[in-house]
Write a protein that binds this ligand. Structure first.
Ligand code: NAD
Length: 471
């Protein structure tokens, strides 16, 4: 039977938070989080609690983002479950010290790497996948033996309330602390008064810079999972029907509010009309001719984001869609063309259901457009030829991506997920999360039975030998 927990919002003043943060530090120092048994138990308890609250999570994600239970399963709860199951299965092996080779100079020593928890870590999440982006890094942080402060986005309040309830049901506050509130108030209140051992931030590049700067004052390491404009190239030899179907699925899922959604399409001029026609067909198949009433189509998170997005609709020709309704926070899946290269829709991250379609005649033109927004988080190339595939993968620098697909790379926990430069620093998912939340302690162990004089002064006359050993 479900336990009733009354969750009180945390008083987020520094005076109130500091004793709680110090309690986390004491709990971490007690070594309670170190054993495999402890970590596994916490992961199992967390998994059970999420499943127990499955329906409430569906309701909350519908309230915040109009996500269907099916979409919620694929992108939030089920995503979390797959990640936690994979972690529970492999955790023991990941925790074992890793034996590595030893070079000639140091023989007969042996060498190994111990994965040590980082300590007390802060995880900050955005609103677009409010559960996935807070709970997936949490799995890594728990698996690696850390104490955690979780900071959800204030813009998905229904989901945040359920997540808070789950966390309080499963964990004591001195182990996992859940802090709600306006990030601009709460996060400085914590970072100015307490030195975290790591900060894992997911959100916009602009706020990422603020976090990075604040962390640098105390040399706190960071993982930054940021945004950016992710290009999608469709070559003349692509399977256009499949390309359109896959692009439409991920671009308009969650009403385009996805960090790895194709931000814009660069399509070879010879297949542009065909691609646009196929995109229209698939949009109508997925969401009907009136997506505002579709079970499968989400809403924009709030009025601020809605107003920002609606302005983009004036910056080119509407090829399809373009309808919007402020009272429903609805913007139709929209295709746009004829956009000036200096229009904001081509420099800002769109983060909504608006897809610019830009044609190119040669690869240099397309590379020029991509170069205007350095280091995209994701990149997608649709082509049937290995030559084109190789060209694009080698010529665009990006966090992660797909060939003949879009966004699904992030659902494979065997791949590291993260950006580079403006789209982020570091990565996670699966074993990569465990590594992100661990310090790799390097140890060399040297036996005492062998201690040749040659290593010690006097050194005169030993240069030839040193040159042979060290090279
Ligand atoms: P945001 O940067 O506004 O907020 C993210 C978090 O930072 C929230 O918890 C918020 O409370 C906090 N915050 C906001 N202002 C702050 C400040 N001044 N100081 C400290 N903390 C502050 O981002 P958002 O609008 O919630 O999310 C959208 C962005 O996130 C997009 O750019 C998107 O691409 C990116 N994103 C990236 C990924 C990824 O995995 N790389 C995933 C999802 C979203």
């Amino acid at each position: 039977m479900q336990q009733a927990i009354a969750v009180q919002p945390v008083n987020t003043s520094a005076d109130n938070l500091l004793p709680k943060l110090n309690a986390l530090r004491s709990f971490y120092n007690s070594m309670a989080t170190r054993s495999y048994a402890f970590r596994k138990k916490q992961l199992l308890n967390l998994r059970d609690a999420v499943l127990q609250h499955e329906q409430e999570l569906y309701d909350a994600l519908y309230a915040d983002l109009k996500k269907s239970p099916e979409e919620t399963w694929v992108t939030e709860t089920g995503f979390f479950l797959a990640e936690i199951n994979a972690t529970i299965k492999s955790l023991k092996g990941w925790m074992r010290p890793e034996s590595v080779g030893t070079n000639l100079l140091n023989l007969p020593s042996s060498s190994f790497i111990i994965s040590e928890p980082l300590g007390v870590v802060l995880i900050i999440a955005p609103w677009n996948y409010p559960m996935q982006l807070l709970f997936t890094p949490l799995i890594g942080a728990i698996a690696s033996g850390n104490c955690v402060v979780m900071k959800p986005s204030e813009f998905a309040p229904a989901t945040s309330a359920i997540m808070h309830k789950i966390i309080r049901q499963v964990f004591p506050e001195e182990y996992i602390l859940y802090v709600e509130g306006d990030g601009a108030d709460v996060i400085p209140a914590m970072m100015n008064n307490f030195i975290f051992d790591h900060i894992f931030y997911t959100g916009s590049t602009a706020v990422g810079k603020i976090i990075y700067q604040a962390a640098s004052k105390n040399l706190v390491p960071v993982t930054l999972e940021l945004g950016g404009k992710s290009p999608c190239v469709v070559e003349s030899d692509a399977d256009i029907k499949i390309a359109a179907r896959r692009i439409a699925l991920t671009k308009f899922s969650n009403a385009g509010q996805m960090c790895v959604a194709p931000d814009y399409v660069l399509v070879h001029a010879s297949v542009k009309d065909k691609l646009v026609a196929e995109l229209k067909t698939w949009i109508e198949k997925f969401y009907s001719s009136d997506p505002s009433t579709s079970y499968n189509y989400g809403k924009i998170i709030n009025k601020r984001q809605f107003d920002r997005l609606v302005k983009y609709l004036e910056q080119g020709n509407i090829l399809y869609g373009g309808q919007f309704n402020a009272s429903q926070l609805y913007i139709a899946p929209t295709l746009m063309g004829d956009i000036a290269s200096d229009a904001p829709v081509m420099s800002d991250e769109i983060f909504g259901p608006i897809l610019p379609i830009i044609s190119f005649d040669n690869k240099d033109q397309a590379l020029y457009t991509i170069a205007a927004n350095k280091n995209p988080l994701a990149f997608y190339i649709f082509t049937r030829s290995s030559g084109n595939e190789e060209f694009w993968l080698n010529n665009v620098s990006f966090g992660g991506g797909c060939v003949n697909n879009a966004s699904w790379h992030l659902t494979n926990h065997h791949l590291p997920f993260g950006g580079r430069g403006f789209s982020g620093t570091g990565n996670y998912h699966g074993r990569f999360s465990f590594n992100t939340f661990s310090h790799k302690k390097a140890v060399m162990k040297t036996p005492t039975w062998f201690d040749p004089d040659v290593k010690y002064p006097p050194f005169k006359g030993k240069l030839k030998l040193f040159k042979w050993v060290i090279r």
